[in-house]
Design a protein around this ligand. Sequence first.
Ligand code: AOF
Ligand code: ZN
Length: 360
Amino acid sequence: MFEKEYKKLMRRCNALAKKSEGHTSPNPLVGAVIFDDDFRIISEGRHEYYGGNHAERNAVLSAKEDLKGKSIIVNLEPCSHHGKTPPCADMLIEKGFKRVICGLVDPNPEVAGQGIERLKKAGIEVIVGVLEDECRELNKIFLKNQIKKEVYIAIKTATTLDGKIATKTGNSKWITDEKSRAQVQKLRNKYDAILTSSKTVLADNPSLTCRMRGGRNPVRVIVDTNLSTSPEAKVYNNDGTRVIVLTSKKNSNFPSHVEIVVCPSKNGHVDLKYAMQKLFEMKIRSVLVEAGGTLNKAFIEEQLPDELIQFIAPKILGDKAGINCVEGFKRDEISSCNNLTMVSTKILKNDIMVVGKFKF
Ligand code: AOF
Ligand code: ZN
């Protein structure tokens, strides 16, 4: 019953939640809508930033009428624990809501179904699983963090139609057009950290900041096994952004704001699995890999990335020596390809953005 109306309201919750992208980590993206039996919206709320009120509380606070007998829809199960704020489930019971609709059970062990239980025990009707797949996708980072205790990893690459990211001399400016590049700035605003290789730092001297209006800089992570980058490189600018170097060398002459993580080496390179675990311990919950074909291959080989985001420009380089977006696999059979799943595409002016999930 009311499936269509609930879906529409859940889409609204997700849209509200999305407005906080980049600001809630390590917490989830949550939106809530309060409505009456005629589906008239009474108020809305979202979790705006880490440490702030939960979405349900903000929706309750912005309501201008009595909430007794009303319904609330939220993309994540209301919490049952005393964290930075008292439990949302208790507040909903107190306010006299008659129905709570949620998209997902919260995997956080502090909650994990107990919020729903508590609401049901108080005689509130609870509906779970509305637009579950969309809710899951929205909180893919939070879910992986909670369930696997691992960082969410996406590889971003920008290529020609023949899969090249640069000419053999390293020239890559610009393969994709300004619309694709603006999209990359949006991604930088969403991910906790952006990761690149010493090779990219040496070749391009990128600043790896977020130039989106109203955006914020991600943490900069540089994989530099032998500490071959110069402390003068732009990525090491002391601009108030956290900078982390993942290396296998002990000595460094980097400025004191640069955090050095000494990792074991594997086949002559930083052990990426170890390094990603370290980043998780350092409170980083999502990483956007913006590097070259060699590091992309290493990540895939280690079965680490969750997602690929590829911007493809309608250009053909055609030079065998040009650099590939994934460089170095030896594969004889098509059956040994990495097949991405849940693939979606978007046209951006002349380019195509392809997003898919890795399945290992
Ligand atoms: C949020 N925002 O809107 C909801 C959350 O750190 P705390 O004390 O605010 O608690 C965070 C946990 O609360 C989070 O991991 C999730 O399990 C639950 N729900 N969290 O930050 C919200 N509804
Ligand atoms: Zn809560």
